[in-house]
Design a protein around this ligand. Structure first.
Ligand SMILES: [Zn+2]
Length: 285
C-alpha cells in the first residue's frame, strides 16, 4: 500500500472506530423489551481431581472446568451473576496461577468483554455471586458500586477474620461497603418473575442459583456450583462434605423447578456446556 492509499483509508477507519465505540453502537442494549442473557468467558480451570466430587476419573468426560459469568439485561435494570477468575491472570503462565490444585487460564478480561457490549461497571445495577469461592469472585470489587444481593451466610464468611487473610480477599473486599440487600429465600429481582435469585444453600451456606425466563429460549437456571460436572447429576454424586449441608435439598428443589417449568439447567463449570454455549457479544433472549 502506498502512502496516498494509506492516507485515504485512515479517515474511514476512524469513522468506523468512532461508530464502534460510540454509545449508539450499543443502543440496542437499552431497547431490550424482555430479559436478554449474555454468557461471558471468565476463564478455564485445569483440573484433574474428580474424586473431590465423588467421581472416578473415567466417569468424567472432561475434568477441566469452564468458568462462566452471566449478564442479564432487563428493561428495568442490568444484573451480573458471578465475576469469574481475576482479570489480572490474563496472559500469565499457567504455573503462576495455581490455587488449591486448580490451574487457571484466562484469555479475555471480564471488563473488556463487558466494554465490547457497551457495559461499564457503572451500568450494572445488581451484583449476585453464586457463592464466595475464588473462582466466582475474581473481579467482584470492580462492581462495588452496584447493589449487592447476597445471603447472610456468605456475606459473613466473606468478611470473617479468616477470610481477610485469603490471598484473594482484596478481589472482593470493596463489597463490604456496597449498598447491600441481604436476601432470605428466593428473590424476584424485577418483580415480574423473569429474573429470580434461588436460594440453593449447601455448597456454601449462602449459595444461590439464578432463574431467567427468556421469551425465545425459555426458562434457564444458572446453577452456580450446585453441580460442577454434568456427571454429578447423571450419577447422583456430590462431595462428601455437602451431603449434610443442604445440597441434597437444594438439588431436589431445582430438579423439581426444572420439571415444573421445563427450564434448561446450565452447569457453568461443565466443559461440555462451556464449549457449546453461545458467548458474548451474542446473547440469548
Ligand atoms: Zn466454582
Amino acid at each position: 500500500m502506498n502512502f496516498r492509499t494509506a492516507y485515504s483509508v485512515r479517515p474511514l477507519r476512524l469513522v468506523i472506530l468512532l461508530l464502534l465505540t460510540s454509545p449508539f453502537a450499543h443502543a440496542d442494549l437499552a431497547q431490550a423489551t424482555g430479559p436478554r442473557l449474555y454468557v461471558l468467558d471468565c476463564g478455564t480451570l485445569v483440573n484433574n481431581k474428580p474424586e473431590e466430587y465423588n467421581l472416578k476419573r473415567d466417569e468424567v468426560k472432561d475434568t477441566n472446568m469452564g468458568v462462566t459469568c452471566y449478564l442479564v439485561v432487563h428493561p428495568k435494570g442490568v444484573l451480573l451473576f458471578d465475576t469469574g477468575l481475576n482479570d489480572r491472570i490474563v496472559g500469565r503462565p499457567l504455573y503462576e496461577n495455581v490455587v488449591d490444585g486448580y490451574a487457571q487460564i484466562k484469555f479475555n478480561t471480564l471488563s473488556g468483554q463487558l466494554a465490547d457490549i457497551g457495559v461499564t461497571p457503572a451500568k450494572i445495577d445488581y451484583l449476585v455471586l453464586s457463592h464466595y469461592h475464588w473462582d466466582h469472585v475474581g473481579n467482584a470489587g470492580d462492581f462495588a458500586g452496584s447493589t449487592w444481593l447476597v445471603y447472610k451466610g456468605d456475606r459473613d464468611s466473606m468478611f470473617s477474620k479468616a477470610a481477610r487473610a485469603y490471598p484473594w480477599f482484596g478481589q472482593y473486599a470493596p463489597l463490604e461497603n456496597s449498598k447491600t440487600i441481604v436476601l432470605s429465600g428466593d428473590h424476584d429481582v424485577f418483580a415480574d418473575g423473569t429474573v429470580v435469585v434461588l436460594a440453593t444453600p449447601g455448597h456454601t451456606e449462602g449459595h444461590c442459583s439464578l432463574l431467567v425466563r427468556l421469551k425465545n429460549t425459555g426458562p434457564v437456571v444458572l446453577s452456580g456450583d450446585l453441580y460442577h460436572y454434568s456427571e454429578e447429576r447423571e450419577l447422583k454424586r456430590m462431595p462428601d462434605e455437602e451431603k449434610t449441608t443442604g445440597t441434597v435439598e437444594s438439588r431436589q428443589k431445582v430438579e423439581e423447578l426444572l420439571r415444573r417449568t421445563r427450564a434448561q439447567l446450565w452447569i457453568g463449570h461443565s466443559m461440555e456446556f462451556f464449549r457449546s454455549v453461545r458467548k458474548s457479544p451474542a446473547w440469548y433472549d
